[in-house]
Write a protein that binds this ligand. Structure first.
Ligand code: ADP
Ligand code: MG
Ligand code: MG
Ligand code: MG
Length: 399
């Protein structure tokens, strides 16, 4: 295993030449650092024509957006590569391809996806990808089913839970989703216009009880190998393609967490659209988001049910009707986690462009208030919202 050192752009080129497995590796001559995330270095490796051929991603031993005062495990790079490899085994069409990884250097080489676009940016411009939600549902069903106890041997599954133990990254989620926003904490971040709404959330003991239950399930429910950070900024889209990246929060957790995070980011866009686009485009975009949410769930549940009917290996879990019963619980979990994503992205440490780039202050605050209200409604009403149609009705009523 190589000793860790931070790669320069020149090192990244050299590394890609040696390990990307390209037959014309000598044509790689330049690197461009494009990391826009909170945590890591990301280099595009370019050939003489300036075409990006592969991507080199390296973890830093601290949180990039905060600095060396917040150290963070390098093991997340191994977890990310191994999660993507596991997901790629079951859903290669929608998982970024890992060409090479090295745990000691906390580095990974991936296929280049520069011809595609990050879904969050496209959604902010009102661009519609009619296949994307269904493809994301397909990714979630295939990866989560095949890493669950429906499919894995119980011994293998328990070993995998250990291999993907990701305590430091999980703690970030545990704190940022379920703890910080519900009390006063330095990492929370919101404008004074939200003070009253935040005070009301933080003094709502019924809400905090429901959030405690969601956090407890996140801590204990090892149902499947989650992506763990499946927001619209971790998803590349093109007209007929979708690819997921950035799986460093991977761990065995509740399936509803991935589903809820994905739906939550579509709803954050729904909340921000009136501040991002003119009224007719915003109204169209909102209808498309609701359709996306319905299609995501339908694709996920439909594929999961089919896989369960055909490929369940555990004889008891194969009992007729059990997959449907299980999916009902996943749905309820997903609604709750979706609510926590809306709230933490509005008042916690890590915000989203869908809300924060709304330039008019009054409109921005209106969108943020909407996200908080919808988030609270979802957490409190999750057990009573029976299906996607009922969810649509609640959202249309304004949350
Ligand atoms: P982080 O974990 O730091 O958030 P990401 O894996 O999300 O890092 O990558 C950050 C950015 O780098 C992405 O938003 C995207 O713009 C770019 N990027 C990452 N992977 C690829 C790829 N395979 N192809 C092209 N661009 C990529
Ligand atoms: Mg990222
Ligand atoms: Mg980009
Ligand atoms: Mg990341």
């Amino acid at each position: 295993m190589s000793a860790y050192r931070t790669l320069t752009a020149a090192d990244a080129v050299d590394y890609a030449r040696r390990y990307a497995g390209l037959s014309d590796a000598e044509t790689l001559i330049n690197a461009e650092e494009v990391g826009d995330g909170n945590l890591n270095l990301v280099f595009k490796i370019l050939d003489g024509q300036g075409v990006s051929r592969v991507v080199v991603k390296q973890a830093l031993p601290y949180v990039r957006c905060v600095g060396e005062s917040w150290p963070l495990t390098l093991d997340r790079a191994r977890i990310e590569a191994e999660t993507l490899l596991a997901h790629g085994r079951y859903c290669p069409q929608h998982t970024v391809r890992v060409l090479h990884h090295n745990a000691g250097l906390a580095v990974m080489i991936q296929e280049d996806l520069s011809s595609m676009a990050i879904w969050r940016r496209e959604l902010a411009y009102g661009r519609y990808y009619p296949q994307a939600a269904r493809q994301l549902g397909e990714y979630l069903a295939r990866t989560l089913f095949h890493t669950s106890d429906f499919y894995q041997h119980p011994h293998e599954k328990k070993a995998e839970v250990g291999r993907f133990s990701n305590p430091e990254m999980c703690q970030i989620t545990e704190d940022l989703f379920f703890t910080d926003p519900y009390g006063s904490h330095d990492r929370n971040s919101y404008e004074p216009a939200l003070d009253e709404a935040v005070a009301s959330l933080q003094s709502d003991s019924d809400l905090k009880l429901a959030v405690a239950a969601l956090k407890h399930r996140f801590l204990t429910k090892a149902e499947a190998l989650l992506h763990g950070d499946i927001h619209t900024g971790s998803i590349f889209v093109a007209e007929d393609r979708l690819k997921v990246i950035d799986a460093e929060f991977g761990y065995y957790g509740p399936i509803g967490f991935d589903i809820g995070t994905a739906i939550g980011n579509l709803l954050l866009n729904y909340c921000g659209l009136p501040g991002l686009l003119g009224p007719p485009e915003a109204a169209t975009g909102r209808e498309q988001r609701l359709q996306d949410i319905g299609e995501l769930w339908q694709a996920f549940a439909g594929r999961f049910r089919t896989l369960a009917a055909e490929n369940t290996r555990d004889p008891a879990l194969a009992e007729s009707g059990y997959a449907g019963y299980f999916l009902r619980q996943v749905w309820t979990d997903a609604l709750g986690y979706c609510g926590t994503e809306l709230i933490r992205r509005t008042i916690g440490l890590a915000h989203v462009a869908d809300l924060d780039t709304v330039t008019d202050a009054a409109m921005r605050h209106k969108c943020q208030h909407h996200a908080l209200k919808l988030g609270k409604m979802l957490i409190m009403s999750a057990p009573h919202i029976d299906d996607a149609a009922a969810l649509m009705a609640c959202i249309r009523q304004g949350g």
